[in-house]
Design a binder for this molecule. Structure first.
Ligand SMILES: NC(=O)c1ccc[n+]([C@@H]2O[C@H](COP(=O)([O-])OP(=O)(O)OC[C@H]3O[C@@H](n4cnc5c(N)ncnc54)[C@H](O)[C@@H]3O)[C@@H](O)[C@H]2O)c1
Length: 366
């Protein structure tokens, strides 16, 4: 893993993370598994907290992350269990990712979604409020869907109104409001933890088996040799590889550690040209995949989903020096390579570690 490079400031600084005690909630999920493995590579002491493993298969299980992470099982809706986990882990940095992250499931389970995404965030912040211990930085991961979506072609900026049409999106808008209120009410003093939020767009990468997500659906179909039913092929999304926003979360934590004034909301979105239609993504994966990949439009009916959604990440660029190190072409190539290696029986931890090292080295396949 290279040391931080002034020319590529998006990369986390190994000197900061080595030996650092980090609590990752949602460590068994798609993003949490990549993040835990990356933190372990950086030399951090990682404790995880989640309610189990959300999918089978999962990157967490395939990469045997329970060997690298001290995993605790519990529900973020259980305030006592959350407080115990914080007290036992004695973290210096908390990365809160645990959530019910699916829009469609949120329509079926609004109460559980709000309880997990809003009260789960309250419980994490309140455990830290009541017993901050060594906690110095908290990053709450929300979503690009936290904005009041106007269906306009411009990217949303951090100071634009929050909202959310569906239970998931509005739960993430609410998690933003809760976090801002905790920051203003309890974490304002100079020695209190610095509390920031991170908003990122549709994330792709190896090891995602989430239900109702485009790339997992595509790879499930590719591996099974069945056609993919695509909802909303014209919908535009800001696609990016999972390592891009994760590098942003880590940079934000480093920056907030040295300057608590930097702790606020940040967007971590891809470049404008990487906001692409769903149909375009499926076509491109079909070109990269070395097997048959057919798709058809699923006529629905479908629950409401935003048609246009782009983020403006100028603030992260200006204040954190962050930029997406991999563009969409790199990200798609890496995701296809990962699932091809999985199909061919390669070791998931080795493949994932190699992709993290490649991300730190430059453009994919360079
Ligand atoms: N994947 C994306 O495209 C994307 C985009 C924007 C934001 N996000 C956000 O990033 C975070 C991680 O998403 P992901 O894609 O890794 O999701 P995931 O479903 O793969 O993982 C979710 C994690 O949260 C845990 N969890 C869920 N409910 C819980 C509960 N009640 N108590 C304790 N743990 C619970 C799961 O066990 C799992 O570890 C979420 O906050 C999500 O909203 C994801």
């Amino acid at each position: 893993m290279p040391a931080m490079d002034a020319a590529r400031p998006s990369l986390p600084d190994p000197a900061f993370w080595a030996g650092r005690r980090v609590l990752v909630t949602g460590h068994t999920g798609f993003k949490g598994a990549w993040l835990s493995l990356w933190l372990a590579e950086l030399g951090a002491t990682v404790t995880g907290f989640s309610d189990g493993v959300p999918t089978t298969p999962s990157l967490h299980a395939l990469a045997r992350l329970d060997e690298l992470v001290d995993g605790r099982t519990g529900d973020v809706r259980d305030a006592v269990r959350v407080a115990e986990a914080v007290a036992q882990a004695r973290p210096e940095v908390v990365l809160h990712l645990a959530a019910q992250p699916m829009v469609r499931r949120s329509f079926a389970e609004p109460v559980a979604t709000y309880a997990t995404n809003i009260m789960g965030t309250v419980h994490v912040l309140d455990a830290i409020r009541r017993a901050p211990g060594d906690v110095r930085v908290v990053i709450v991961v929300t979503s690009d869907k936290c904005y009041d979506n106007r269906e306009w072609p411009w990217g949303y900026r951090e100071d634009e109104p929050l909202g959310g049409h569906d239970p998931y999106s509005s739960s993430k808008g609410a998690a933003e409001i809760v976090t801002a209120a905790y920051r203003a009410s309890y974490f304002d003093a100079g020695d209190a933890p610095a509390v920031a939020t991170a908003r990122a767009g549709n994330v792709i990468g190896g090891g995602d088996w989430g239900a109702d997500r485009l790339l997992p659906d595509v790879f499930r179909a590719a591996l099974a040799g069945t056609p993919i039913a695509v909802r909303n092929p014209d919908a535009i999304r800001p696609w990016q590889h999972v390592l891009n926003p994760l590098s942003g979360y880590l940079r934000l934590a480093e920056r907030a550690w040295e300057d608590r004034a930097a702790a606020r909301a940040f967007n971590f979105g891809p470049a404008d040209e990487d906001a692409r239609a769903v149909g375009w993504i499926v076509e491109r994966v079909g070109e990269l995949w070395d097997g048959d990949l057919r798709w058809e439009v699923d006529p629905g009916p479908h629950p409401h989903e935003a048609h246009w959604l782009k983020l403006d990440s100028s603030l992260a660029r200006a204040q954190l020096g962050w930029r997406p190190a991999w563009d969409l072409a790199d990200g798609l190539a890496a995701a296809v390579d990962w699932f091809r290696a999985h199909r061919d029986g390669d070791d998931a931890r080795s493949v994932t570690r190699a992709q993290i090292a490649a991300f730190c080295a430059g453009p994919f396949g360079a």
